[in-house]
Design a binder for this molecule. Structure first.
Ligand SMILES: [Zn+2]
Length: 104
């Protein structure tokens, strides 16, 4: 994916997101401009969010395997949607809050 840096207006290929530990269990996902090094925050995550992400990946895998065998996944799909909703809520909560704490 090609992105344009807001600072130096150069474009570069975004092929790798980096992760950095902030305080406690909070981790920041970010990328930086390959020309001027400006840092762009993608999101921050905490332990609970990362656990949810893992559960979502596991659920998706289960659904994929079961569909291949022709098994209907109504219950799993329902649970997956519930996990995704929860993940979205937690991400919003944490990432909105981080606007006021961007210097951590
Ligand atoms: Zn730049």
């Amino acid at each position: 994916m090609k992105v344009i840096c807001e600072d130096c207006k150069e474009s570069f290929e975004l092929n790798q997101l980096k992760q950095k530990a902030l305080k406690g269990e909070i981790r920041e996902t970010y990328y930086s401009c390959q020309h001027c090094n400006k840092k762009y925050r993608v999101c921050i995550t905490n332990e609970a969010i990362r656990k949810l992400q893992k559960k979502i990946e596991e659920k998706k895998l289960i659904i994929r395997v079961k569909s291949k065998k022709g098994i209907k996944n109504i219950k799993e799909v329902f649970e997956l949607n519930r996990l995704i909703e929860k993940h979205k809520k937690e991400m919003n909560k944490l990432n909105n809050k981080s606007r006021y704490e961007s210097q951590i």
